[in-house]
Design a binder for this molecule. Structure first.
Ligand SMILES: [Zn+2]
Ligand SMILES: [Zn+2]
Length: 230
């Protein structure tokens, strides 16, 4: 089989009838070398943003957010945003290979469901994609990483960013204006709810803080967040 990330031809250990009878999984898409290069985020983490951190409850970035009065989203991520995850995100998001969503869908779905129980959240909202980006790509990059039952589109991108977030400097991202709005007819569904936001990658926390501010302004009681990587 050809690995979708490194294009290496690799041996996959099953018979064709077996392969046809089951749901494809990550071993059908990526070679063992590529799979082994992802790094799970384990060990002590910051209580605010979920980065590896053992020197206290909150890292310096989270102390900055707290001084600005931002809510503590108790963010948790599954993987480190290492070189391999960058390669994966580039192929998935920027080259738009939707098959790659399957590499993490099962695992991220289980992670989100676990956190949903842990935070006693009643609603999961993936970070939305802008209409322009949706047209270019043909899929919702974050929702695609989740099982269909977790793809509620309660948030929309109201303001089209001039440049993709990935093209901005850290300072520009931190200063960017609120890009999100509540989707039509969704306002009543958010009132008094505990919401778990899901993103693909946590970089500065700005995107999730914007989304959190948006749902809190709509009457949500509490908001938490998680991502595939950070
Ligand atoms: Zn590979
Ligand atoms: Zn932190």
């Amino acid at each position: 089989m050809l690995c979708l990330l490194c294009q290496q031809d690799y041996h996959c250990d099953f018979s064709l009838p077996h392969f046809l009878a089951r749901q494809p999984d990550r071993a059908d898409l990526l070679c063992p070398d590529c799979l082994a290069a992802f790094s799970l985020l384990t060990g002590p983490v910051c209580a605010g943003c979920g980065r590896s951190f053992a020197k206290g409850p909150f890292c310096a970035d989270c102390c900055y957010w707290q001084r600005k009065g931002a809510p503590n989203l108790q963010h948790r991520a599954l993987y480190h945003y290492n070189e391999q995850m960058k390669v994966y995100m580039a192929a998935y998001k920027f080259q738009g290979d939707y098959r790659l969503a399957l590499v993490f869908r099962k695992e991220l779905t289980a992670f989100v469901r676990r956190l949903k129980r842990h935070y006693q959240a009643n609603l999961v909202l993936p970070i939305p994609v802008s209409p322009t980006r949706y047209q270019q790509r043909g899929f919702h990059q974050v929702a695609g990483l989740l099982a269909p039952g977790l793809r509620q589109q309660g948030l929309v991108v109201a303001q089209e960013p001039l440049q993709p977030q990935s093209a901005l400097t850290r300072a520009a991202r931190l200063a960017s204006a609120q890009p999100f709005a509540i989707a039509e007819n969704w306002q009543p569904h958010l009132k008094g709810q505990r919401i778990l936001l899901v993103d693909d990658v946590y970089t500065t926390g700005r995107t999730l803080q914007h989304a959190a501010a948006c749902v809190l302004a709509a009457g949500a009681q509490a908001v938490f967040s998680c991502s595939l990587a950070r």
